[in-house]
Design a protein around this ligand. Structure first.
Ligand code: ADP
Ligand code: MG
Length: 233
C-alpha cells in the first residue's frame, strides 16, 4: 500500500549538501499501525513529508495506494493530499479564525464528493469526544482537544491512510493516551497509520517500529516485514 524505492533527500547546508535521507526502502501494508522512531535529526519528519507529498525526493520513487506520487504535478499532489490521505501535526495546524466545526468542514470544501459537510463534521467531532465544543475556536480549547479536532479534520474526506508527525509531542501522558486510543480505534476500523514519534513507550504499542538513524532505516522488525524478508537494514 505504501512503498518507497531508494528515496533520497538532500538539503543545501551552506555550500555543502546534507543527506537527510539515504536510500530508504520501506513497505507498509494496509491496516498496519507503524511507528517511525529515531533521535532528533535522524530524518523522521523528512521521510513523513515525502510520504505525504508535502516535499519531493531528490531521487527514488514513492507509491501510495497505487499512485506514484513522485510523478504528480503540484496541483495534482495537492488534490491527492486532500482526498487520499490524512495528516496530523505536532502543533495541530488548526486555523485559529475558524471554529472546530469549520476547521473539520474545510477539507470537504475542496473535495469533489458531495456530502452533507456539516453533518459529517459534527459526527466526526462527536466521535473524538468534542460534541460539546464544536462552536469553540481552537485558542479556547486544550491541547488534547485541539489534537482530537485535528484528527477529526484529517478524517474529513475518509482517507484510508493517516500520517502523523509527533502527534502527542505537545501533550501530557493522559492526553497522549487518548490520542493513541483514537488511533487504535481507527486501526480497528481498517485505516493504516504511520506515526512519527520519539516516544519509545508509545512506539511499543504499535504493530511495527521502523527505526531511523542518520537518514537511514537501521531497524524494521515488524511482523509483516519479517514474513516478507524485508526487515533488517
Ligand atoms: P527528525 O524529524 O528525525 O528530527 P528531520 O527529518 O527534521 O529529523 O531532519 C533530518 C535532517 O535534515 C536534520 O539534520 C535537519 O537539520 C535536516 N533538515 C530537515 N529539513 C531541512 C530543511 N528544510 N533545510 C535544511 N535542512 C533540513
Ligand atoms: Mg521531526
Amino acid at each position: 500500500m505504501i512503498e518507497t524505492a531508494e528515496i533520497e533527500k538532500v538539503f543545501a547546508n551552506g555550500n555543502e549538501w546534507h543527506h537527510a535521507l539515504k536510500k530508504v526502502n520501506i513497505k507498509i501494508q494496509e491496516n498496519e499501525f507503524v511507528a517511525i522512531t529515531g533521535k532528533s535529526g535522524s530524518g523522521k519528519s523528512t521521510l513523513l513529508n515525502l510520504l505525504c507529498g508535502i516535499d519531493k525526493p531528490f531521487k527514488g520513487k514513492i507509491s501510495i495506494n497505487g499512485t506514484e506520487i513522485t510523478n504528480l504535478s503540484k496541483r495534482k499532489l495537492a488534490k491527492w493530499r486532500n482526498s487520499d490521505i490524512g495528516i496530523v501535526f505536532q502543533s495541530f495546524h488548526l486555523l485559529p479564525s475558524l471554529t472546530l466545526l469549520e476547521n473539520v468542514m474545510l477539507p470537504m470544501e475542496f473535495s469533489p464528493i458531495k456530502r452533507n459537510k456539516k453533518h459529517r463534521a459534527l459526527e466526526l467531532l462527536r466521535s473524538v469526544g468534542l460534541a460539546e465544543k464544536v462552536h469553540m475556536f481552537p485558542d479556547y480549547v486544550s491541547g488534547g482537544e485541539k489534537q482530537r479536532a485535528a484528527i477529526a479534520r484529517s478524517l474529513a474526506n475518509d482517507p484510508p491512510i493517516l500520517f502523523a508527525d509527533e502527534p502527542t509531542g505537545n501533550l501530557d501522558t493522559e492526553n497522549a493516551n487518548h490520542i493513541m486510543e483514537l488511533f487504535f480505534r481507527l486501526i480497528h476500523e481498517g485505516k493504516t497509520i504511520v506515526m512519527v514519534t520519539h516516544d519509545l513507550e508509545l512506539s511499543k504499542k504499535t504493530d511495527r517500529i521502523i527505526q531511523m538513524k542518520d537518514g537511514m532505516v537501521i531497524e524494521d522488525q515488524g511482523p509483516l516485514a519479517s514474513i516478507q524478508g524485508a526487515g533488517g537494514s
